[in-house]
Design a protein around this ligand. Structure first.
Ligand code: HEM
Length: 534
């Protein structure tokens, strides 16, 4: 089968066909009434007032007035593409997930790449994390892998997410994007949040300036679970590797390109697909036996840590090909709703406290952003396999349920849960016990070892780029205390790095290395930072 036939044959493509509407020859109202003139409103005399009788004018304007929906609270700017995923071999030993069983099956996917901080109309080329979200339309329902192009995250507990996002978004008084102006808020927050330092090293590196969406990695970040059909669970981390390799730009290039073509990454993705240069990514997994949960010197539930590939190799298990551009940006790329909580049998969650918060937040925000609990009925979100349940009504119900039975238990012909545990989704029966506490696990407290590991893995020019990025970013911070605290944190990562950063931002270079502080708790270092400036 040729690639073009595959594109046309995709089950999701066929499913979407029923919703596609062409321009049509006749201009009509939404009621289908043919319009005779759409350039002149109905008036009394050619210079007189408009009339309320003009239903066409009213409909045209009121619909226009409602064209915008709220943009995503984060990841507002994105670009989407359709494609498929195909496993290399059966993963039945590890997971019963249907799309990972049969190497001859192509599972349709929709992918959305995004920046995190900017508005919908912001530039592609900014220093930022990139979102890498995939919706797999599997036989068992939709599975969403909602990751980023950096393998770790800023914070360890989802309760801090609103603070992180408030600090990173434009300043509240003047709405100025932070990268272009003084932006003390973000660095103030980071300087008091040592757990972010591993992520900050990645964000200041060239990884935050991808040359193309086709040339960046993706990561599921959290530890998830694979569960096989015997109910055996193993921990798993997901990795996407671009077949074109990982390539970045240098900051100066991004500034110039961003000025000339703010759609640089979006255009590259679109044009590559139009030309048949289909982006491809290999999915890899790191699989960890349940018994090995505690064998690392970090906690596998801590999203600020990665599992070094030297300890657990990445096993390639399949390939994703993006081969079709969306027909309509709003209907597909804007209305698509990814949720980390959308899993299928064979994939389950871990207790990572960042993941746990995400399991609620995405659905909640989408109820607000898309405005109706029926957003799963939108063509781009609808699963390929049928869905039935007793949920009814709500704004914009797009289906016509014909069953008269909408409750359970029932004997009159309504839906029934799966007869056996092997058919329905069963949560992994993890054993959990403990007291209710608002605490961070002591196993989450080392914030610097992996930041140092990452820094040491870089070449000299890459290290130099981090120093330059820190000079640019922190050089705009007006508050001296914030700059001092950041130098102190860099000193926990690498002494030479801290000295170089300090020199470029008007702060005395630290005289002593503090690498022995690895393992200090976040609270202790925040306290240290606060007392230093008091
Ligand atoms: C959106 C990734 C942490 C809340 C997104 C998107 C991605 C993403 C890729 C854009 C999805 C799209 O293209 O539509 C991540 C990753 C995280 C993380 C990898 C950490 C490992 C969090 C946390 C929260 C959160 C901790 C809240 C507790 C949101 C919200 C949206 C979003 C509210 C907007 C969703 C929408 O409007 O459809 N995230 N995120 N994220 N994220 Fe996260």
């Amino acid at each position: 089968m040729t690639e073009q036939q595959r594109v046309n044959d995709s089950a999701k493509n066929q499913d979407l066909d029923q919703y596609r509407v062409s321009a049509g020859e006749d201009l009509t109202t939404n009621q289908g009434v043919r319009v005779s003139d759409t350039d002149n409103s109905l008036k009394i005399g050619s210079r007189g007032p408009s009339l309320r009788d003009d239903f066409h004018f009213q409909e045209k304007l009121t619909h226009f007035d409602r064209e915008r929906i709220p943009e995503r609270v984060v990841h507002a700017r994105g670009s989407g593409a359709h494609g498929y995923f195909q496993a290399y071999e059966s993963m039945a030993e590890y997971t019963k997930a249907k799309f990972l069983q049969d190497p001859s099956v192509q599972t349709p996917v929709f992918v959305r790449f995004s920046t995190v901080v900017g508005f919908r109309g912001s530039a592609d080329t900014v220093r930022d994390v990139r979102g890498f979200a995939i919706k797999f339309y599997t036989e068992d329902g939709n599975y969403d892998m909602v990751g980023n192009n950096i393998p770790v995250f800023f914070i360890q507990d989802a309760i801090k997410f609103p603070d992180l996002v408030h600090a990173i978004k434009p300043e509240p008084h003047n709405e100025m994007p932070q990268a272009a102006a003084a932006h003390d808020n973000f660095w103030d927050f980071i300087s008091l949040t040592p757990e972010a330092m591993h992520m900050i090293m990645w964000v200041l590196s060239d990884r935050a300036l991808p040359r193309s969406f086709r040339m960046m990695q993706g990561f599921g970040i959290h530890t998830f679970r694979f569960v096989n059909d015997q109910g055996k669970s193993r921990f798993v981390k997901f990795h996407w590797k671009p077949m074109l390799g990982v390539h970045s730009m240098v900051f100066d290039e991004t500034q110039k390109i961003g000025g000339k073509d703010p759609d640089f990454n979006r255009r590259d993705l679109w044009e590559s697909i139009e030309k048949g240069n289909f982006p491809e990514y290999e999915l890899g997994v790191q699989i960890i036996a349940e018994e090995d949960e505690y064998k690392f010197d970090f906690d596998i539930l801590d999203p600020t840590k990665l599992i070094p590939e030297e300890l657990v190799p990445v096993r390639p298990i399949g390939k994703m090909v993006l081969n079709r551009n969306p027909d309509n940006f709003f209907a597909e790329t804007e209305q698509v709703a990814f949720q980390p909580s959308n899993v299928v049998p064979g994939i389950d969650f871990s207790d990572d406290p960042l993941l746990q918060g995400r399991l609620m937040s995405y659905h909640d925000t989408q109820l607000h952003r898309l405005g109706s609990p029926n957003f799963t009925e939108l063509p781009i979100n609808k699963s390929l396999c049928p869905f039935h349940n007793n949920q009814r009504d709500g704004r914009m119900q797009m289906r016509i349920p014909t069953s008269t039975v909408n409750y359970y238990p029932n004997s009159l012909g309504g839906g029934q849960p799966a007869p056996s545990e092997t058919e329905g989704y069963v949560h992994y029966p993890e054993r959990v016990e403990g007291q209710k506490v608002r605490e961070r696990s002591p196993s989450f407290k080392d914030h610097f070892t992996q930041a140092t590991l990452f820094f040491n893995s870089l070449s000299m020019p890459e290290k130099e780029h981090i120093v330059q990025a820190a000079h640019f970013e922190l050089g705009k911070v007006e508050d001296k205390g914030v700059r001092e605290r950041m130098v102190n944190l860099f000193n926990h990562v690498d002494h030479e790095l801290a000295k170089k950063v300090a020199m470029g931002i008007g702060i005395p270079a630290p005289t002593q290395s503090v690498s022995e502080n690895h393992g200090k708790s976040s609270a202790a270092i925040s306290q240290e930072n606060t007392t230093k400036t008091a």
